[in-house]
Design a protein around this ligand. Structure first.
Ligand SMILES: *Cc1c(COP(=O)(O)O)cnc(C)c1O
Length: 367
């Protein structure tokens, strides 16, 4: 880490190192495989990686044409951080947000008639139309195209047309049907003379499918280096490593209990360390007595219940661990790595959730 970063970390007991080279590598690796324009998804603070800094890197990469956020407010934050790339708001537009869209040049994904009229009546310059081909969350139904054209024609620029996969990681048959359905919509739109600049359907898991009529992809988790499915075949590397400091190291006598609820009892005399990272930092409490951290390439297992600000680990046999030392909570430690996927599966969830719940207290640094 550069000295400059070390200064910024003064007083922080935990931080997340965001590896710029790996982020760039992932985008290049994906682009060289799919050869389509990239809509980089930076919602939820770039999946916990720090939206402003990550967006600065992403917007400078040639294949990246758009940054995608979930809400107008997230878009505003990007603008205030000096991001000038096109920004698409995936979550649509609500009446009270209209001013934010126009002041900050945000582009809404429009997925029903209320939103379409709202955009038109408030002189929003361009929109992306979203169709529901099976997610049943947001999106026009395919049969509504006729009416959309009537309303939008000559009044607003349709720059993009899109749909979304709910099960590209698990259900190829369903996904294939969606591709076909979306293809029909695109064809029909063309008959009406609508040829949007961007046609996008695939998320990260969707990259494993062919979509010849699509010219762009909308991806998040894969650029952060996590595989969206077991069969994902594009080489990507984990971008974020979460680190925390040791507060204290001490001895525990056989039979003594550890942490709230006393769910761990020492089977023999042991040495333990208290690490400054708890569930308020984003460590799932479900890792109590289950997960592990890394210290200089060695696994140190979590004992007792994870607490709000601290977690206790077994360091029996480690001579060299002392207060102010750094341990790896998730990510890379020299030659070893704890993957988000590994943590997620221990907690019965998905890596997305583990990533985006790393909290504000954890300082992000680009390395
Ligand atoms: C979050 C999101 C994505 C990105 O999905 P990944 O699985 O992270 O690639 C794409 N499209 C929409 C509509 C989303 O909400």
């Amino acid at each position: 880490m550069k000295t400059e970063d070390k200064i910024h970390l003064k007083g922080f007991r935990s931080w997340a190192e965001v590896d710029k080279d790996r982020l760039v590598h992932n985008v290049k690796s994906i682009h060289s495989r799919v050869n389509k324009d990239i809509f980089a998804v930076v919602k939820a603070d770039a999946y916990g990686h720090g939206a402003a800094e990550v967006s600065k890197i992403l917007q400078s990469l040639k294949p990246v044409r758009y940054l995608c956020v979930a809400t107008a407010e997230e878009g505003r934050e990007l603008r205030e951080a000096g991001i000038n790339s096109d920004v698409l708001v995936l979550g649509g537009i609500l009446p009270e947000e209209v001013d934010i869209f126009s002041s900050y040049y945000l582009v809404p994904v429009v997925s029903d008639f209320d939103q379409l009229r709202l955009a038109i009546n408030n002189r929003i310059k361009k929109v992306h139309l979203k169709f529901d081909t099976g997610m049943h969350r947001l999106g026009f139904y395919p049969g509504q195209l006729d009416e959309i054209i009537k309303i939008a024609s000559g009044r607003i620029h349709i720059e993009g047309i899109m749909s979304h996969f709910p099960s590209a990681d698990t259900d190829p048959e369903y996904t294939q049907k969606q591709i076909t359905a979306f293809g029909e919509i695109v064809k029909q739109a063309e008959k009406y003379g609508i040829k949007p600049r961007y046609i996008h359907l695939q998320n990260s898991a969707g990259l494993e499918y062919r979509c010849d009529f699509c010219n762009s992809v909308r991806i998040g988790i894969s650029i952060y280096g996590e595989k969206p499915s077991k069969s994902f075949s594009i080489p990507v590397k984990t971008v974020m490593s979460v680190k925390a400091k040791v507060i204290t190291v001490k001895q525990l006598k056989k039979g003594e209990r550890v942490s709230y609820g006393g769910t761990f009892r020492a089977p023999a005399d042991m040495k333990i360390a208290v690490v400054a990272f708890g569930y308020a930092d984003g460590l799932p409490r479900a890792l109590s007595n289950r997960g592990y951290f890394l210290f200089k390439d060695r696994k140190i297992r979590i004992i007792g219940n994870v607490t709000m600000d601290m977690t206790i680990v077994d360091v029996t046999g480690l001579e060299d661990i002392k207060p102010d030392d750094t341990v790896t909570v998730i990510g890379r430690d020299r030659e070893k790595e704890i993957y988000f996927e590994e943590v997620a599966s221990l907690c019965n969830t998905i890596p997305y959730e583990i990533m985006c719940r790393i909290s504000k207290r954890v300082k992000r640094v680009i390395v």
